[in-house]
Ligand binder design. Structure first.
Ligand code: ZN
Length: 264
């Protein structure tokens, strides 16, 4: 996504210069097949960009390309779409759920509150959820908060009884049923924080955030006070357990680079 306003959104560059935001998806290879965390934009969006809405397309300027879809990147790694058995969604905003129709055979894990918000959107949420992204009737697996504690957070294991340690951590604020996803990665954990924050500098101590990004996060939050409280908790987690837990968010392109092993 290439919105204009690099100086305000990224802290450097010209006022009208485009900046670059990515949609981080994680692909986990395990005994249960492939697990995909978030799906970004999908083939349906590439084929029918209009379904994303004029305002979103004009402001956010998604560069829709087939080769960048999770579908294409998974094929390029020698897998089939049907190998993706589970999809875990941080939330169902249009830039995270577009790839759902590309994996119709997967179980789609979501917090119940998010599914409800997406199915019956309030007036102000009507442009953030795109019904075409679930018109194919995904096999939803709804989860509720709690059950498994994770570093002081209430988490829920999405595949209990399996070796894959993957938890959804309810983290509302950006949307009503927004969640972070914790994945055991060797001796440590990877925490995909979705849109709980947009710049990695927000979870550093001391934190900072480009001013335009802060405005963007505030106006896009369903519940901004809750969003800020959860962001504070993530900052504490990063400060206390940064050695064990590696945090990333959806849209900061600097978080996962090509130099990092094994990541898409
Ligand atoms: Zn997003």
């Amino acid at each position: 996504m290439c919105p204009r306003g690099a100086r305000l959104l990224a802290g450097t560059g010209g006022l009208l210069e485009p900046t670059r935001l990515v949609c981080h998806c994680l692909l986990i290879e395990g005994a249960e097949g492939l697990v995909l965390v978030d799906t970004g934009f999908g083939n349906g969006d590439v084929g029918s960009p209009r379904q994303l809405g004029r305002l979103f397309s004009a402001l956010v300027r998604p560069q829709l390309s087939e080769g960048e879809t999770a579908h294409a990147q998974i094929l390029a790694r020698g897998f089939q779409p049907a190998d993706v058995r589970h999809i875990v969604t941080t939330h169902l905003d249009l830039d995270h759920s577009g790839g759902l129709p590309d994996f119709p055979e997967a179980d789609v894990h979501v917090l119940g509150t998010e599914l409800q918000a997406a199915r019956s959107p309030s007036l102000r949420d009507r442009t953030r959820y795109i019904a075409a992204h679930w018109a194919h009737g995904p096999r939803w697996v709804e989860h509720e908060a709690g059950g498994d504690e994770w570093f002081g957070f209430a988490g829920v294991r999405i595949l209990p009884g399996s070796d894959a340690e993957i938890l959804m951590i309810p983290m509302p604020g950006h949307t009503r049923g927004h969640a972070a996803v914790a994945i055991r990665d060797g001796d440590g954990w990877l925490l995909h924080c979705g849109d709980a924050y947009f710049s990695q500098t927000e979870v550093q101590t001391p934190p900072s955030c480009p001013p335009g990004l802060q405005v963007f996060e505030t106006i896009n939050a369903t519940d901004n006070a809750t969003r800020r409280r959860n962001l504070e908790r993530l900052r504490e987690l990063a400060a206390r357990h940064g050695e064990e837990v590696r945090l990333l968010c959806s849209h900061d392109p600097g978080t996962l680079g090509p130099q990092k092993r094994g990541y898409l």
